[in-house]
Design a protein around this ligand. Structure first.
Ligand code: AP5
Length: 219
């Protein structure tokens, strides 16, 4: 199944995509993670993307569309995948339709993570990510056992450069202007389903399981 997770920064898309990916074996395709990896290895894409990410702006469409087109052509995506952070505007949504259509494939379901701003600010400002294995923590809701150290691999935890208060506000603004209209786009196509993303990670995960079970029974 091809799933798209749509929702504002901090709504829990990455947390749930990682869980679902581990459960079903569908690759988790996060354009944010791909871009951050490109920055950390100093590739051409990384150099191009860094200033956009640091300012909370969208990286140019051509860059992310190429990343996704290349990634979905790999063998492990043959039986489905989860898109987290892509598409992020209408142009990217059209590009995705075209690349899937040319392979005889289509989107199964678009899940909208519904949540309000106060939750997002709290989650993003407290988020810490492992610099080694990308495991996510929250300083209050899911803290590591040792401060600033990953429980799983022992590497240092980082506070993302775009999780600073001024950048968070910019990202939220861009989400409502560029990305939120995608909900209407996929609703018209009959692909959109919403979940309540204000609940605990376990409760959000349970909603997703129900939604996927319904989806499968309709197939
Ligand atoms: P990206 O990495 O995609 O960031 P985002 O979409 O802004 O989403 P986040 O990763 O911030 O949040 P999330 O919803 O995954 O929440 P998470 O699970 O981490 O993009 C970063 C940048 O890259 C963009 O600004 C842009 O510059 C660029 N970019 C990426 N894709 C692009 C594209 N397609 N086009 C152009 N540019 C692109 O959770 C957040 C925190 O909350 C964590 O601490 C977690 O532990 C906690 N948490 C999660 N769920 C819950 C819960 N249910 N209850 C309590 N806490 C929770």
């Amino acid at each position: 199944m091809i799933l798209i997770f749509l929702g504002p920064p901090g709504s829990g898309k990455g947390t749930q995509a990682k869980r679902l990916s581990a459960e079903h074996g569908w690759p988790h395709l996060s354009t944010g993670d791909m871009l951050r990896t490109a920055i950390s290895i100093g590739s051409r894409v990384g150099l191009e993307a860094k200033s956009f990410i640091d300012q909370g702006a969208l990286v140019p469409d051509s860059v992310v569309i190429n990343l996704i087109a290349e990634r979905i052509s790999t063998m492990d995506c043959a039986h489905g995948f989860i898109l987290d952070g892509f598409p992020r505007n209408i142009a990217q949504a059209h590009a995705l339709d075209a690349m899937l259509g040319s392979r005889g494939r289509s989107i199964g379901r678009v899940v909208l993570f519904e949540i309000t701003e106060p939750f997002l600010i709290k989650r993003l400002s407290g988020r810490r990510t492992c610099s080694g294995c990308n495991t996510m923590y929250h300083i209050e809701a899911s803290p590591p056992k040792r401060e600033e150290v990953c429980d799983l691999c022992g590497k240092a935890l980082i506070h993302r450069s775009d999780d600073q208060p001024e950048v968070i506000h910019k990202r939220l603004e861009i989400y409502s202007k560029e990305t939120e209209p995608l909900a209407g786009f996929y609703r018209i196509e009959g692909k959109l389903q919403s979940i309540d993303a204000t609940l605990s990670p376990l409760e959000v995960s349970q909603q997703l399981s129900i939604l996927l079970a319904e989806e499968r029974s309709e197939l």
